[in-house]
Design a protein around this ligand. Structure first.
Ligand SMILES: NC(=O)c1ccc[n+]([C@@H]2O[C@H](COP(=O)([O-])OP(=O)(O)OC[C@H]3O[C@@H](n4cnc5c(N)ncnc54)[C@H](O)[C@@H]3O)[C@@H](O)[C@H]2O)c1
Length: 434
C-alpha cells in the first residue's frame, strides 16, 4: 500500500478562466455542500468501487475508499481577463438558473478574479481589460507565483491545485523553447512567441509545487520542458481537454462497434453552440487546436492498422459552428456510416442536445480532488490514470493514448485499488468455477 498523507486542512482550487465551466463548477460545489443539489456526474462523489470477489459484496463509495479532500474544505480562486466576480460571470455565462445562483450569491460574489496573463495573439476572438503587464514573460510568471503565494496566505489553505478553465488558444506546435526547462526559461526571459499564456500559468504552478490540470486542448503543460519540470519538482500534471459532449459519445460508441467488429465508412460530426467558447472556436486558429484534439480519438480506438478491412480509410470530419441563440446548450449531430455481415451498410444518427458546462463541471471537481490525492500519494509527472476525463490524454512519449472510456475507467479504478493495496480486478472470473 502506498503511503498517502491525510487531506488535512483546506484545499485551494485555482482556476485560470472564470467562464462557463469555471463558474458552473464553483456554483455547483457551493450548492452541493449546502445540500441544495446532488453531485451528479461526479465519480468522486457518487461512484463506487468493487473490491475483491463478486461474492464478497464489497463496493464502497470511492470517497470512502481513498482519502479525498471533502467539499467543505475547498476554497476557490481564479484569474480572468474580465473583472466580473463569479456571480456576475455565472450570470453572463447563463448556464445555471437563479435557483442555483441566488442561494449562493454572496459566496460567489466574494470570488473576484485576479488579473490574468493574457495576450490577444493567442486567442484572437477575445480581449479584456483585467490583464497583468510586465517587462517579459518571466516577470508575468513571477507575478502569477506571487498570486499563488498570496492566495495561500490569505485563505489559510494547506494545499492547492490549478485547473485551466480558460479559453482555447491558437494552434501551436512543439518548438525549441519547449524542449528543456533551460530553453523554456530562456524563452520566458526573451518573450518567445512559442510560449502561450497557458504555459506561463503551468510553469508558475509547477514552480510553486502546485499540481496542474489542462482542461483545454492547448499544448500548455504538454511540452517536454514542463513535463521535466513536473518530474523534477515531484508535482502531478494532467490533460488535455475535458471529455464532454460529442467526444464523450464517440468514445462510448466506437468501442462498442469495434467490440462487435462492425466496419466504419465514415463519421461526420457537427455542432452548433453559442457560448463564448463557441465564439473563440469560430476562429480557425483556435478551432485547429480543438480539431486536433477531437480527431485523434477514432483512430486510436479503432486501430485501422490492425483492422484494415474494417477501419482502413474511414472518413472522419468534425465541425463546430458558432450559433449564438443556443448559448451553452450545444447540439451535436453525428452521422455514422457503418457496415456489417457481408458488407451491408447501416447508419446510426446521434442527436445530442447537451449542456457543455453541465458535463464539464463534475470533471473539474473529480480532477481537482484526484490530483490532490496524487500529490499526497507522492505521484509526479503525467497522471495517465486520469485519461478517463480527457479528449486527448497525455501519455509518456513512447505510448499511444487510451481513448476507450471503459478501459479508461478500469485503469482509473485499478489505480485506486493499487494505491490502497487492494487486489486489481482483471475480470478473469475462472475462480468462481473452480
Ligand atoms: N464542456 C465544455 O464546456 C468543455 C469541454 C472541453 C474543454 N473545454 C474547454 O474549457 C475551456 C473553458 O470553456 P468555457 O465554456 O468555460 O469557456 P468560456 O469562454 O465561458 O470561459 C473561458 C474564460 O477564460 C477566460 N480567459 C481566457 N484566456 C485567459 C487567460 N489567459 N487567463 C485567464 N482567463 C482567461 C475568458 O475571459 C473566459 O472568461 C475552453 O478552453 C474550452 O475549450 C470546455
Amino acid at each position: 500500500m502506498t503511503q498517502i498523507a491525510q487531506p488535512t486542512g483546506k484545499l485551494g482550487v485555482l482556476i485560470p478562466g472564470l467562464g462557463a465551466v469555471g463558474t458552473t463548477f464553483i456554483a455547483g460545489v457551493l450548492n452541493i455542500r449546502r445540500g441544495l443539489a446532488a453531485p451528479i456526474g461526479s465519480l468522486t462523489q457518487m461512484g463506487t468501487i468493487r473490491l475483491g470477489k463478486r461474492t464478497e459484496g464489497r463496493s464502497p463509495l470511492i470517497r470512502d475508499f481513498v482519502p479525498l479532500a471533502g467539499l467543505d474544505d475547498l476554497v476557490f480562486g481564479a484569474w480572468d481577463i474580465f473583472e466580473d466576480n463569479a456571480y456576475e460571470a455565472a450570470k453572463s455565462a447563463a448556464v445555471l438558473g437563479d435557483e442555483h445562483l441566488d442561494g449562493v450569491r454572496e459566496e460567489l460574489e466574494a470570488i473576484r478574479p485576479m488579473k490574468a496573463v493574457f495576450s490577444h495573439e493567442y486567442v484572437k476572438r477575445l480581449d479584456g481589460p483585467h490583464v497583468k503587464s510586465g517587462a517579459n514573460k518571466m516577470e508575468l510568471a513571477e507575478q502569477l507565483r506571487q498570486d499563488i503565494r498570496d492566495f495561500k496566505a490569505a485563505n489559510g489553505v494547506e494545499r492547492m491545485v490549478m485547473i485551466w478553465c480558460g479559453s482555447t488558444e491558437i494552434y501551436l506546435q512543439r518548438a525549441e523553447a519547449h524542449a528543456t526547462v533551460e530553453a523554456f526559461e530562456e524563452g520566458l526571459r526573451n518573450n518567445s512567441p512559442d510560449i502561450a499564456p497557458s504555459m506561463i500559468y503551468a510553469y508558475a504552478a509547477l514552480m510553486e509545487g502546485v499540481p496542474y490540470v489542462n482542461g483545454a486542448p492547448n499544448l500548455s503543460v504538454d511540452i517536454p520542458a514542463l513535463i521535466s519540470l513536473a518530474n523534477e519538482r515531484n508535482v502531478p500534471i494532467a490533460g488535455k481537454d475535458y471529455k464532454t459532449g460529442q467526444t464523450l459519445m464517440k468514445t462510448i460508441l466506437a468501442p462498442g462497434l469495434k467490440a462487435r467488429l462492425l466496419g466504419l465508412n465514415g463519421w461526420f460530426s457537427t455542432n452548433i453552440l453559442g457560448n463564448r467558447d463557441g465564439e473563440v472556436l469560430d476562429d480557425p486558429a483556435s478551432f485547429r487546436t480543438k480539431e486536433e484534439s477531437k480527431l485523434g480519438v477514432l483512430d486510436y480506438i479503432l486501430q485501422p492498422h490492425l483492422y484494415p478491412e474494417l477501419y482502413g480509410g474511414f472518413y472522419h470530419k468534425v465541425r463546430i459552428n458558432y450559433y449564438p441563440p443556443r448559448g451553452d446548450n450545444k447540439e451535436g449531430w453525428d452521422n455514422i456510416d457503418i457496415f456489417g455481415w457481408l458488407g451491408y451498410p447501416m447508419q446510426i444518427k446521434v442527436d445530442f442536445l447537451c449542456r457543455d458546462s453541465i458535463l464539464a463541471a463534475p470533471i473539474v471537481l473529480d480532477l481537482a480532488l484526484f490530483m490532490d490525492l496524487a500529490q499526497r500519494a507522492g505521484m509526479r509527472g503525467i497522471q495517465e490514470w486520469l485519461s478517463f476525463y480527457f479528449k486527448s490524454p497525455m501519455t509518456a512519449p513512447e505510448l499511444y493514448p487510451e481513448h476507450d472510456l471503459f478501459i479508461q475507467l478500469t485503469k482509473l479504478k485499478n489505480n485506486l485499488r493499487h494505491l490502497m493495496g487492494e487486489e486489481l480486478i482483471t475480470h478473469l472470473g475462472v475462480e468462481y468455477y473452480e
